[in-house]
Design a protein around this ligand. Structure first.
Ligand code: DAK
Length: 258
């Protein structure tokens, strides 16, 4: 039985973290299954991915504390690398990834959501980096991505205090883009994914690359990167189609990912 499921719904796909008896906590098997679920995504046809958690209580309640409890230094580092490699794969996946956070997103769960392009959440969502209360540092990118997302001050406060925050505070500090009633979460995420999937896929991919890679460069180099990626859109079928549709005053566009 897999702890992570993948469902393809045409132009978008849904990955569900599915270990509800442990609030979808991440142990080695869950991480392996997440990696396998990512292998299943056909990047030629799927244009957006959603990651969510099974059940109404939890997205992911963190790395599995019971598994981590007995790790040696070397095993701890290896576990950290395993998670980091997968989260980095999500972050650099050529298609956009939306985290639909349906409850607890603590520790590794908050970090998983931050490896996605953006987050929406249900009104019962709770975010936090409780690691220092467990005697460890965030180990799946939390010390890096949280500060980049919400700024150093809030990130340091959240990490040093290990205090959990509710959905409304997560919205206020920019950790999530939208809060919706739990019953509407997946419909909202799917509508967003379908909307993204309607746009020219090559252009969307180039935007993801430009934003992700550009943020690590100085402005001159970042602008050069944008110019290169912009130039690469030309002479594609989808660039010709998008602009022709505008000139013909046509709403329907036949983007083919070519
Ligand atoms: N690990 C293992 N089991 C967990 C879990 C977790 N993170 N969270 C929940 N569970 C399990 C509970 O043990 C319980 O199982 P049983 O005891 O019934 O068998 C079941 O899920 C239901 O949980 P509760 O009974 O506790 O449910 P409540 O509603 O009362 O409480 C809660 C929900 C989310 C407030 C509570 O479960 C909780 O505080 N969970 C732990 C949250 C947490 O501290 N998460 C952060 C984990 S630390 C690194 C790599 C990675 C990391 C760090 C370093 N490197 C190696 C460098 C990442 C660290 C973390 O994520």
């Amino acid at each position: 039985m897999s702890f992570v499921t993948y469902e393809c719904k045409g132009a978008y796909g849904i990955i569900t973290m599915n270990r509800p008896e442990a609030l979808n906590a991440l142990d080695s098997s869950v991480l392996d299954d997440l990696s396998s679920a990512l292998d299943e995504v056909d990047l030629d046809t799927v244009r957006c991915l959603i990651i969510t958690g099974a059940g109404e209580k939890s997205f992911v309640a963190g790395a599995d504390i019971k598994e981590m409890a007995g790790l040696s230094k070397a095993e701890g580092a290896a576990f950290g690398k395993k998670g980091n490699d997968i989260f980095r794969r999500i972050e650099t996946l050529p298609i956009p990834v939306i985290a639909a956070v349906n409850g607890f997103a603590l520790g590794g769960g908050c970090e998983l959501s931050m490896s996605c392009d953006f987050r929406i959440c249900s009104d019962n969502a709770v975010f936090g980096q409780p690691e220092v209360g467990l005697g460890i540092t965030p180990g799946f990118g939390g010390t890096q991505r949280l500060a980049r997302l919400i700024g150093m001050g809030y990130a340091k406060q959240m990490i040093y205090t290990a205090r959990n925050i509710k959905a409304d505070e997560a919205l206020r500090i920019g950790l999530v883009n939208q809060v919706v009633p739990q019953a509407d979460l997946m419909a909202t995420a799917e509508k967003l994914a379908a909307g993204i999937a309607k746009n020219a896929p090559i252009a969307v991919r180039q935007c993801k690359k430009a934003i992700n890679e550009g943020l690590d460069l100085d402005m001159d180099k970042a602008i050069e990167l944008e110019e290169t990626l912009f130039g690469e859109c030309f002479e594609t079928h989808d660039q010709v189609e998008g602009m022709t549709a505008f000139m013909e005053k046509r709403k329907e566009k036949n983007f083919t990912n070519n």
